[in-house]
Ligand binder design. Structure first.
Ligand code: MN
Length: 499
């Protein structure tokens, strides 16, 4: 999942015939040099593809239709080296179905003070050419990312590369299949939502299966397959003594190994990239899939507990966007508070299902009884999250629209050891502080479930929300609750009118 070089982002430069062939040849050459520079930089996860400069409405429409129908093309970088009268772009932008960004750069960084003349000025016209292009995008109410600065600057390349990663996430989102083992946890509101609208907005195909369908797979797993997977557990984790062969819980670990292989096979057969479970829907399974869900998340699958398909899909997309980057991502739940006024923080965890990609060190594999659900004691991995910057991302259904909420976090070491806690956890400070961060999250209707990531920053999610054209709000170090509440109210009106 880390090699995206077969994915293409097309670099499209706009101009017009007014400039004459000599200037246009130079524009082509400069654009090709930028593309070469981007592809040589190690920042870009995809292949940037140079496209000859477009000069007429027909050429623009043609490239937009090609991009929309090309399976490898996941988006466009647009740039106006010179002036490209923007009425020429209307038909193309109407036809374009792929995401695009606007790179507002100039080929030469510095003014050639001693040499500058009108020829130079006419060739290097991004400063006003891009404004003309910007107008038509705003006039057509198009969402697009604008990145400004010299194309060789680190921060500019970083921002363009971030956009490319978000486009990878968007490509993954189209047709993303989510398998729901069982349905929603009974009576829970926030995990519900409009799956038809999710398919229209995000492209997700969300299908429920009876747990019996999974049980059919579980029953076909052989002892030899379980033996082989167990040996992998021994290599990757500190396995508790009572979980090893001969121990009283060894068979419980083997049950999870069976689930892991079965779920993976089920998802491979159906091309599913994310899944949900529900501890209330386990007929035919002896344990809640704990270790199995944890390991499938680590393998890149999205996961949501209690039927939460929205967080399952979001986690999968976050994992795709951040593949190959530093820092893991996991399903997460705000579980318990530490309310010491001098050190307010959240202990995040779940019944079992936290992804070991966020672990600070080698996880321990243990078996403990589960307090709720009335099932056998499940095997699970136990660890503390790595520390540092992170964020929680959650998606909710407001009835007339989806809302994505992001809260930035600072993950810290737990203040003391928790020897009796039998699950993986993360301990974090909520931005801007617990009182304002949690209040803002609750005003926004944020769920107790989220996709927690140490790899990405809010701007990735902001861009993703713009691709989907859904509401996005962020709670970070600058959040003022009074202002945030107003934003929520204004958004209520905006999304009514924007329809
Ligand atoms: Mn939960």
């Amino acid at each position: 999942m880390t090699d995206f070089k077969q994915m293409e982002v097309w670099f499209v430069t706009g101009s017009q015939h007014l400039y004459g062939p000599k200037t246009l040849a130079q524009v082509d050459k400069d654009s090709a040099a930028i593309v070469e520079g981007f592809n040589k930089s190690c920042k870009f996860p995809v292949t940037i593809v140079f496209k000859p400069v477009v000069k007429t409405p027909d050429e623009i429409l043609d490239i937009c239709i090609q991009a929309s129908s090309n399976k490898n093309c996941i988006g466009l970088i647009t740039w106006m080296h010179t002036f490209s009268p923007a009425k020429m772009w209307i038909a193309g932008l109407k036809a374009l179905t792929k995401p695009y960004m606007h790179l507002h750069t100039q080929f030469n960084r510095d003014l050639p003070w001693g040499e500058i003349d009108m020829d130079y000025m006419n060739l290097h016209q991004s400063a006003h050419g891009c404004r003309e292009f910007g107008f038509i995008n705003s006039r057509m109410r198009k969402n697009r990312k604008v990145v400004v600065g010299h194309w060789q600057a680190e921060n500019v390349q970083d921002n363009v590369a971030k956009w490319c990663r978000t486009a990878i996430g968007w490509a993954d989102s189209q047709g993303l299949k989510v398998a729901r083992f069982g349905d929603n946890m009974r009576e829970v509101a926030v995990t519900e939502g409009d799956k038809v609208e999710a398919q229209i907005k995000f492209g997700w195909q969300i299908s429920a299966y009876g747990v019996g369908d999974l049980v059919n797979y579980v029953e076909k797993i052989t002892d030899a397959e379980v033996d082989e997977l167990y040996r992998e557990y021994e290599k990757e984790y500190e396995v508790a003594a009572d979980c090893k062969p001969g121990g009283k819980y060894h068979e419980n670990v083997r049950v999870q190994a069976r689930y892991e292989i079965a779920m993976k096979r089920f998802m491979f057969d159906g091309n599913f990239k994310a899944f949900t479970t529900n501890f209330e829907n386990l007929t035919g399974l002896a344990q809640l899939p704990g270790l199995a869900s944890q390991r499938l998340m680590a393998a890149g699958y999205g996961f949501g507990a209690e039927g939460d398909w929205k967080q399952a899909a979001m986690l999968r997309i976050i994992k795709t966007m951040s593949a190959g980057m530093k820092g893991g991502s996991s399903f997460m739940e705000d579980y318990t508070y530490h309310l010491d006024p001098a050190n307010e923080a959240v202990l995040g965890a779940h019944m079992l299902e936290i992804c070991p990609s966020i672990a600070a060190k080698k996880p321990r594999l243990e078996v403990h009884p589960l307090g709720i659900g009335g099932k056998d004691a499940p095997a699970r991995l136990i660890f503390d999250s790595a520390t540092g910057d992170a964020m929680n991302v959650t998606l909710i259904d407001m009835g007339n629209r989806f809302r994505i909420i992001v809260n930035t976090l600072e993950v810290i070491e737990p203040l003391e050891k928790m020897p009796k806690l039998p699950v993986a956890s993360a301990f974090w400070k909520t931005m801007p502080n617990l009182a304002d961060g949690a209040a803002a999250w609750i005003y926004a209707g944020g769920t107790h479930h989220s996709a927690y990531t140490m790899a990405l920053t809010p701007d990735y999610i902001e861009t993703f929300a713009e691709f989907a054209d859904v509401e996005y709000v962020v709670i970070d170090k600058d959040t003022c609750v009074t202002q945030f509440k107003k934003e929520l109210r204004w958004n209520e009106i905006y999304y009514m009118l924007a329809k």
